[in-house]
Each structure stands twice: as C-alpha cells, then as structure tokens.
Ligand binder design. Structure first.
Ligand SMILES: Cc1cc2nc3c(=O)[nH]c(=O)nc-3n(C[C@H](O)[C@H](O)[C@H](O)COP(=O)(O)OP(=O)(O)OC[C@H]3O[C@@H](n4cnc5c(N)ncnc54)[C@H](O)[C@@H]3O)c2cc1C
Length: 394
C-alpha cells in the first residue's frame, strides 16, 4: 500500500483537503489534536467562490440542506441605521455559479466530516497531535502523539492545516517564525434567538453596520430561528493567548460600545445577547512560500487573515480544491504537486490577506473620512458594491 498523505488539523481546511486529495486517488491520514471534531457555535458566510468548490466535491445536496440563503445584504450607517446600500444577492447563483450562503459552523463541519468518514481512502484520528517531523529524500517521518502514545508514521507528504498558530509553518519556515500578532481588533460573537431581536432585524437578510472604530455583522442561521451577531471593535488586547477566553453579556457589550453611539435598533440587538464570546483577531503579512519538499501549508496556517471579507474559510476551501487538482495532474511526485499547488494559490491568497486588512480600515473610518465613505457606498449602490467584489467571487 502506498504511503499516505498526512493532513494535520481537521478544521474546515483540513477536512475539505482530505476529501479533495482522497478524491484524487490518494490515501489520507487526517490527524486532529482535539478529542472531538467540533466547531465552536457561531456562523459562517460561504461566498460563491467557495460554494462552487464545495459543489464540485459533491457536497451540494448536503450543504443545501443545512444552509440559509439570505436575500440581501444591508450596509447601514451605524449611528442612525440608515441603509446606505442593499446588495440584492437573490440572483448571485446565476451570476457566479453558487449562492451566498450562511451556515452554523457546526453544520458545515458535520457535512464535511460525514463525507470524510464515508470515504474509504480517509482515516481520521482524533486526540492526536502532530509532533516533530522530518523530510528525508521525499519520505516524511512524523510523530503522532495520540491517546495510546507516540506513533511514528511514514508519509508521502505532509499538509499543515493546523490553523493560524501552525506548528508546521514554524518548523517549515524557520525564518518566518513570527507568529500572527494581535491586530488591535477583537470580535465579540453571540447567537441570539430571533424572537429577541428588534422586529426590523428578523428577516432573512444580512446586515453590516459601520461605526467609528467598530463594525457589526449579523445574519440569520438554520431556519432563521437564531441570529449570528459579530461585533468587531478596535481595542487593546485583553488576552492574546488563545481565543474565546472571555465573555461579556449583551448589556455589558452595548455599554462598551457606547462611545461609538450605535443606533437604538443596533444597541437593542446587542443587548439581547446572553453571552458574547471574546475572539481577538491575529494577523501577519502574507508568507513568501508555503512549501518545502514534501511539506506544505493550507488554510489559516498558510494565510491567516482578518475576517472582514469573510474569506478565511473560503480560501481554505479554494486551497483544498487546488491541492486535489494538483494531485490529479502531478500526483506521482508529491514535491512537484505541492509546488504547483503553491504556485496556483499563493498570489491570490496574499491579495485577499491584504484586501481583508484594508477592508477593516475602511469599515472603521471616522469623521469626514467616514462621511466620504458613506457617500461612495450610496453612489455605488448594491450593484456597484457587488461588482467591486467580483474578483473575489468569480
Ligand atoms: C470572527 C470571525 C468570523 C469569520 N467569518 C468567516 C466567514 O464568514 N467566512 C469565511 O470564509 N471565513 C470566516 N472566518 C475565517 C475562518 O474561521 C477561518 O479562516 C477558518 O476556520 C480556518 O480554517 P482552518 O481549517 O484553516 O483552521 P482551523 O479552523 O484553525 O483548524 C485548525 C485545526 O488544526 C488543529 N491542530 C492545531 N495544531 C495541531 C497539531 N499539532 N496536530 C493536529 N491538529 C492540530 C486544531 O485543533 C484545529 O482543529 C472568520 C473568522 C473569524 C475569527
């Protein structure tokens, strides 16, 4: 039996990559350090560029069953709630081949996990951490620290899909050892029962509220019975080690936002949150390379980014599809496969890392600059705003 491709990390990126590589005919060992594969409860927007890739992996039916398709995205001035533009996304499928969808993270993860569990070429080991590894003449020897002790695995290739604090990245690129640092921005995330939201915000629509030094994104999930609310504020670090350590209740968070003077409707939505989890956002400039020999990176390990274009997972999914395609075309040599995958993906991912950072600056403008931005958004209208992002979704 041929040596497997080992993928470290079973987040959205690792799971999708396991499917894509297995569908290309390779044996995959997916190792995940957590005892159970589960996503922390919150939402995900999956843009058409990622939706198309997931459909090509054969997941369309399963995804459609758990997704919600908002009809529009409302861009609002945060202080008075005025709608600056409404992006009609009801015919996005006709334009870009897949709809805008939103998912409960756990639902998306389950669809990917079930597909991976059902694939005969994929072996999944949870509670198993990737330890040291070496690449000698195209043979990877790695140590997997599992519930039954340490096992040495001989692999044909190693994919580090181990998230933004990737140990594979640190080992692979010692000159790039600088881990992502706190970006000065924190997300506070909560799921709120729809019946507790102000009535104007209960429709199947997404909303983006722009405030000085802050913005808020919310959209309905599942059958519309819950709303995923993400409040992003510029603030000094509280805890920069590990995510989601702190939580604030809605009234506390609304008080925290008082300086930004949010509209009454927005403040009422935030106040309805029982518990907003603290999620400090980390960033680093794009990497100059992702691969060396039989080792490569994928997803947040390769391109940690700010979430302001909602493209982090989408890019991990694009990576996975490109990796599968490279295996189909060049699979005999893992080194050449990884080089081709990197060449295909690194430029676009770097462009999106930079654009996501700029988007945050734009969202958080204040004073005259914010007024000028709002005028531009009004002038562009929903169609113009969508057209501006065509390079992402195409
Ligand atoms: C507030 C917020 C909102 C977002 N919204 C969106 C959105 O709407 N749309 C979108 O596309 N993206 C969004 N993102 C980005 C998205 O969440 C990430 O880009 C995506 O989850 C990254 O997936 P990943 O699989 O690369 O990494 P991760 O999800 O971090 O998975 C890495 C996995 O590797 C495991 N691991 C780590 N080390 C080891 C090891 N040594 N051995 C074995 N396993 C290991 C971890 O346990 C983890 O399961 C958002 C992010 C944030 C913070």
């Amino acid at each position: 039996m041929s040596a497997p491709i080992v993928i470290a990390g079973a987040g959205i990126g690792g799971l999708t990559a396991a499917l894509a590589v297995a569908q290309a005919g390779r044996r995959v060992h997916l190792i995940e350090r957590a005892a159970k594969i589960e996503e922390v409860g919150a939402g995900f927007q999956i843009a058409p560029n990622a939706g198309r890739a997931l459909a090509r992996l054969g997941l369309e039916e399963a995804l459609a069953a758990v997704a919600l398709e908002p009809q529009g995205i409302n861009v609002r001035r945060g202080r008075d709630g005025a709608v600056l533009a409404r992006l009609d996304v009801s015919d996005v499928r006709a334009q870009w081949g897949a709809p805008f969808r939103v998912f409960h993270r756990a639902d998306l993860q389950q669809v990917l996990l079930q597909a991976a569990l059902g694939h005969p070429q994929i072996e999944i080991r949870t509670g198993t951490r990737l330890g040291e590894f070496e690449d000698r003449d195209g043979v990877i020897r790695l140590r997997a620290h599992g519930p039954e002790g340490v096992e040495e695995i001989v692999a044909a290739g190693l994919v580090g899909a181990d998230g933004q604090r990737s140990a594979v990245r640190a080992h692979l690129l010692p000159t790039e050892r600088d881990a992502p640092v706190y970006s000065g921005r924190t997300a506070w995330r909560a799921l709120i029962p729809t019946e507790l939201a102000p009535p104007e915000l209960r429709a199947r629509e997404s909303h983006l509220w722009l405030l000085p030094g802050a913005h808020v994104v919310h959209y309905p999930l599942r059958d519309g019975s819950i709303i995923n609310v993400v409040v992003i504020v510029s603030e000094p670090p509280r805890h920069t080690e590990g995510a989601a350590i702190l939580a604030l209740d809605g009234p506390e968070l609304a008080r925290h936002l008082r300086r930004q003077q949010p509209a009454e409707m927005l403040a009422a939505l935030i106040e309805a949150g029982a518990s907003f989890r603290h999620w400090p956002l980390f960033a680093r400039p794009p990497l100059k390379r992702w691969s060396r020999g039989g080792v490569t990176l994928l997803g947040d390990a390769a391109h940690p980014m700010m979430p302001f274009l909602a493209q982090g997972a989408a890019q991990a999914i694009e990576d996975a599809e490109a990796l599968g395609l490279a295996f189909r075309q060049l699979g005999a040599s893992v080194e050449r496969t990884f080089a081709a995958y990197e060449a295909k993906r690194i430029g676009r991912a770097a462009k999106i890392v930079r654009a996501s950072w700029r988007q945050g600056e734009y969202f958080h403008l204040s004073g005259l600059a914010a007024s000028a931005r709002d005028l531009t958004i009004r002038a562009l209208g929903g169609r113009g705003m969508l057209a501006r992002n065509a390079w992402l979704y195409r």
